[in-house]
Design a protein around this ligand. Structure first.
Ligand code: ZN
Length: 202
């Protein structure tokens, strides 16, 4: 059986076959109390495997590759670039339950600026993996710092975790907020405040 490596560059894993993935879904159906031979469920394992390919497409790309494209020299005296309300859909790494939220991202260019769609696509790449919100937030900042080398990056993430709002603590509407500040946003409290003020207005 041919095994191809998948996973983030940081944690490659060996990929099972599609038939193995579908068999695993069948086990979960039985675990939930279903009868996988019920006609309405006949195609469910295949559908779930295909859905996983979309939800977790981010393992086959990297933010570094996305952010390396569409870079241009920064204009003289370039100031903060602020991208607000970037919607994302993801899944938590603890329960594989949906996480839905939005990101506000700012960076202060140094040598280059990057096309504004690229940070959005980099965030989408990271979101299409299994995440933990704090490290997701830090990963966005780290990816920008590494690929664009700005003077600083600020990231604000607010999200609803369905593992918390539909089970467990079962608190509908609870929103988790995380931030990550690097470079000038970390060293300059007035700039950090300016970023947070923009987040509040967005
Ligand atoms: Zn969870």
């Amino acid at each position: 059986m041919a095994l191809s490596p998948v996973g983030s560059v940081d944690s490659p894993a060996l990929r099972p076959s599609r038939a193995e993935a579908e068999a695993a879904v069948e086990v979960l159906l039985r675990w939930a109390g279903e009868d996988p031979s019920r006609p309405a469920l006949a195609d469910t394992p295949a559908r779930v495997a295909r859905a996983y390919e979309e939800w977790f497409a981010g393992y086959s790309d990297t933010p570094a590759r996305i952010l390396a494209a569409a870079q241009e020299p920064a204009p003289k005296d370039a100031e903060m670039v602020f991208l607000s309300n970037i919607h994302f859909d993801s899944h938590c790494e603890h329960h594989i339950a949906p996480v839905r939220g939005r990101v506000h991202l700012a960076y202060w260019p140094d040598q280059v600026v990057v096309g504004i769609s690229k940070p959005v696509r980099a965030i989408e790449c990271l979101a299409r993996r299994m995440i933990q919100q704090e490290s997701f937030t830090a990963s966005i900042a780290a990816a920008m710092m590494e690929a664009v080398k700005p003077k600083g990056v600020a990231v604000f993430v607010s999200a609803e975790h369905l593992c918390m709002t539909t089970r467990g603590a079962a608190q509908p509407g609870t929103v988790t907020v995380t931030t990550s500040l690097t470079g000038c946003f970390k060293t300059d409290p007035a700039l950090a405040q300016r970023f947070l003020d923009l987040c509040r207005l967005s």
